[in-house]
Design a protein around this ligand. Structure first.
Ligand code: NAD
Length: 295
């Protein structure tokens, strides 16, 4: 099976590499040529254009930043949809807004392209270790086609429902993630000011009711979780501007159904402040420095 992969950033580079390791013939493209070169060195075939990716692929995967980027690469004249083979399977793993996602599903269907939205959770560590969680939106038939490929990239593949439901799940998950990162940051900052050793507090809270992924897999305090970005000067990982994008998707989604998400609103404001202070490309766990009053 031939797989075309577009978007070789923090997540996509690892995912494409895992597909190579799994034995697929993978053709890759990114607007950054060095990102393509790095994957070619690991056994992928480099493409010069989106059309080159699409022409031979049985399955196309995108891992881009925003809905606008995904729409552009799919729908432009020389893009993926116009150059896709008949009955291709298209998997978008980017985290994007539900409206753009559902619009792409309906355009894909009209062009005989089988689409699923399949955003992920698990961070770069999960992408590298192929232990991501996938939340998939689309028909049962398309889900079944995507499942064996996604199983090479993740440990948990869940069919969230019809078109766009994968994105709905991702938006709600990242709402929880953003809020919990602020919560962990507040708890650890206050603890330190009250005289608690962060390592001691981690030993307590990670075994108590405060424990959550933001604490136990991605602790924003350095010196606790070896692979967390906090141990690497908050180099991403997951950029703060990406978290802000997801929180804004959450705000828009909530407005569209008249839902109140007050903690989501405060969290969006705090990430907006953090990003505007020049931290757009800092890992999102760096927000602890804002919460602690260090910046
Ligand atoms: P990233 O910015 O590191 O990677 C995106 C890649 O897309 C870049 O290499 C960029 O050059 C490329 N790109 C942009 N426009 C393009 C175009 N027109 N054609 C080809 N390539 C193009 O982002 P990331 O951290 O890998 O995240 C990707 C998506 O996954 C985002 O939607 C993000 O919200 C989501 N996500 C990220 C993480 C994480 O921990 N980083 C975790 C879960 C989900």
């Amino acid at each position: 099976m031939k797989i075309g992969f577009v978007g070789l950033g923090h997540m996509g580079s690892h995912m494409a590499q895992n597909l190579v390791k799994a034995g697929f013939q993978v053709t890759v493209f990114d607007v950054v040529p060095t990102a393509i070169d790095a994957l070619v060195a690991k056994g992928a075939k480099g493409a010069k254009t989106l059309a080159d990716v699409a022409k031979e692929a049985d399955v196309i995967i995108t891992m881009l930043q925003t809905g606008q980027q995904v729409s552009d690469v799919c729908l432009q004249e020389n893009g993926l949809f116009n150059n896709a083979k008949k009955d291709v399977l298209y998997i978008d793993s980017s985290s994007i807004d539900i409206v753009t996602c559902r619009d792409l599903h309906s355009k894909a269907e009209k062009m005989n392209i089988a689409m699923v939205d399949a955003p992920v959770s698990g961070g770069t560590v999960g992408a590298e270790a192929a232990t991501l969680t996938f939340m998939v939106g689309g028909s049962e038939e398309n889900f079944k086609r995507a499942q064996p490929i996604l199983e090479k990239l993740g440990k948990k593949i869940v069919h969230a429902g019809s078109a766009g439901n994968g994105q709905a799940a991702k938006i709600c998950n990242n709402l929880i993630l953003g809020i919990s990162m602020i919560a962990v940051s507040e708890g650890f900052s206050l603890g330190q000011k009250l005289g608690l050793d962060p390592k001691k507090f981690f030993e307590i809270s990670s075994n108590a009711s405060g424990q959550c992924w933001s604490m136990t897999s991605y602790c924003p305090v350095p010196g606790i979780i070896e692979k967390a970005p906090s141990n690497n000067d908050y180099k991403p990982g997951f950029m703060a501007k990406m978290m802000l994008k997801d929180l804004r998707l959450g705000q828009h989604a909530a407005e569209s159904v008249n839902a109140d998400i007050p903690l989501g609103a405060v969290t969006t404001e705090l990430y907006s402040l953090f990003v505007n202070q020049g931290n757009a490309e800092t890992d999102f766990s760096g927000i602890i420095n804002l919460i602690a009053g260090n910046i």
